[in-house]
Design a protein around this ligand. Sequence first.
Ligand code: NAG
Ligand code: NAG
Ligand code: NAG
Length: 293
Amino acid sequence: METEFLLQILYFTFVTLPLATTSNHRIKPMNQWKRSSIYALSISDLQNLENLELTLVQVLTQGFLTSNKFPIGSKIREHVHRYLEDYYESNGYIDTKDGIGKMDFRIALNPICAYRLIWRIKFLLQDVIFHNQFFRHFGSVSRRISYFFKQYCWPSMDDLESLAEKILRIQYVYDLPVEQLAKGWISTLHTNCTLKSVHCYEIFKVAAKTEQFTSAIEWAELAKEIAVTDKMSSPVFLAFSLWNAIEKHNQEFEDDMKLELEPLFFDRNISHVPYDSKNATKIRNIQDDEFKE
Ligand SMILES: *[C@@H]1O[C@H](CO)[C@@H](O)[C@H](O)[C@H]1NC(C)=O
Ligand SMILES: *[C@@H]1O[C@H](CO)[C@@H](O)[C@H](O)[C@H]1NC(C)=O
Ligand SMILES: *[C@@H]1O[C@H](CO)[C@@H](O)[C@H](O)[C@H]1NC(C)=O
């Protein structure tokens, strides 16, 4: 599994990207390639981003704990806090030192960790570094970050969607339970990265958009469950999303020709009783079993 994933990444890095270079005749800065999801496709870009973040986290942590650069009660302190909290929490580190030396392949390779990283940079980091207080106190770091993103461009929604698709593909191919994925487990690639309700909801949206009915139901159900504890998403809204995902599945489901359906369905209509889908079988698995016989 690791090998295949690695190959997939290598394919994107070494086959897709050089094509982009050839058509441009010579190497141009990344942002002129018009690639909308660079981080989802290139392991080395992802690692560079991770490296940048590590430096930044050290600077911010120090500023947060030991100086008056982020005054208590200020907006900037709130942004920095949210960002750091997400960083430490998603990596399972107790303190920054634990993070150092952990810059191994696994983090960037694991799409769950990559998803958290891109999400955090996109939604939490911008608030920090575009704040004028940040520029005033951390001019050189601020310039370094601006330079980085001038070269590589900011993570986009396309990055997040591509990563979500990757997670969904892995889930489908290896038939992994969503709960396991949300805990950062992908086969032998075990990390401490976890997903929160907002991330599960985003993955649900991609599954729904691409008509992966079983996955959509599973991710919506998990988002709803996690939201009870993390309070990052509205449970009512998630219940509504789940209801919709189930209705959509049932509308497309056809009992009399279920074995001819695409393997993205359960083998029966799903009721709105919580976790009913857990008792249904995925057509994917029925077809798999028939194939094995
Ligand atoms: C997970 O977190 C624990 C506790 O912080 C740490 O000891 C361990 O090395 C981490 N594992 C990985 C794979 O990062
Ligand atoms: C499944 O649900 C759909 C929509 O709710 C309904 O039209 C259909 O008759 C149901 N099929 C079965 C086999 O119950
Ligand atoms: C799933 O099946 C088990 C065992 O048959 C049953 O006890 C449970 O109530 C079922 N759950 C749902 C949500 O239908």
